[in-house]
Design a protein around this ligand. Structure first.
Ligand code: FPP
Length: 256
């Protein structure tokens, strides 16, 4: 039983309780998060949606700190999907400014914390300023060897898979590979995530329980964890609750 449910415990005690319960040898190496609920967080407070996204951006830094503290190796965050272009232009423009704002504000701290920034997604469609800010951060952190903060920007899993299929087909027709060579591992080499292991744990905030075109191939055996909390409210206690629950899952990968 998790003691954080008990009302008489103060926050410090609850944090310590979870920390004590987290086993150091069975933590997920790769955590992926669908950061949902910024708009509803803002609406609940009578604020414009932008305010929710801004708060959500600041929360990314908090969650990176918790990931680091728990020695997570890879944190993949769904920051903008290939479907998010359907939003009003003003919101898309704002979301496209967030990576730059995030990096302007937090890059020095991230460098200090030995975080390495990487990305997945199609960068061709991104505005120049977004692309430039992220590419510079990737470059500046490329020799860091701590947590990999993998930002999914203009990412869509179906698009990723279709692009991979096209490149596999091209390589087959030019005799670079044989059809018989195609298996899970080889196909994985054609995906944006080729250098990363599959996520162990996928978290979605805001009460929605779907993948929304995120890491469809990579999450074949991922453990899912959902919370009603909106992303700006997803904090250290909830993150560690997710890690704790993960540690109590039995991962069988289809075996018994
Ligand atoms: C979904 O909430 C959230 C997004 C589409 C944007 C997520 C982006 C951030 C949290 C900041 C990105 C930070 C970096 C570092 C790039 P929603 O708007 O769909 O919320 P709603 O479902 O309540 O409307």
């Amino acid at each position: 039983m998790l003691l954080i449910k008990l009302p008489f415990l103060n926050k410090k005690t609850a944090d310590q309780t979870i920390k004590n319960e987290l086993k150091q040898d069975n933590l997920p190496k790769h955590v992926a998060i669908i950061m949902d609920g910024n708009g509803r967080w803002a609406k609940k407070r009578g604020l414009p949606r932008f305010a929710g996204h801004k708060q959500g951006m600041d929360n990314v830094k908090n969650i990176v700190r918790v990931a680091n503290k728990n020695k997570i190796q890879i944190l993949t965050l769904y920051a903008f999907s290939t479907e998010n272009w359907k939003r009003p232009k003003s919101e898309v423009d704002y979301l496209m400014k967030l990576p730059m704002e995030f990096l302007n504000t937090y890059l020095p701290e991230l460098i200090e914390e030995n975080v390495r920034i990487q990305t997945i997604g199609d960068f061709n469609e991104l505005p120049q300023h977004t692309r430039k800010a992220v590419e510079e951060a990737v470059d500046k952190t490329s020799s860091n060897n701590g947590l990999i903060l993998n930002i999914a920007l203009n990412y869509g899993s179906r698009y990723e898979i279709i692009q991979a299929i096209k490149r596999v087909a091209t390589d087959v027709s030019s005799n670079n590979i044989a059809i018989e060579d195609i298996d899970d591992d080889l196909f994985g080499e054609y995906l944006y995530t080729k250098h990363l292991q599959d996520p162990d744990l996928l978290i979605r905030t805001s009460g929605e329980q779907r993948l929304s075109n995120f890491l469809l191939w990579q999450s074949a055996y991922t453990e899912f964890w959902f919370t009603d909390a909106f992303w700006p409210d997803f904090d250290e206690i909830l993150f560690e609750k997710a890690l704790n629950d993960y540690q109590n899952r039995k991962r069988r990968y289809g075996g018994i």
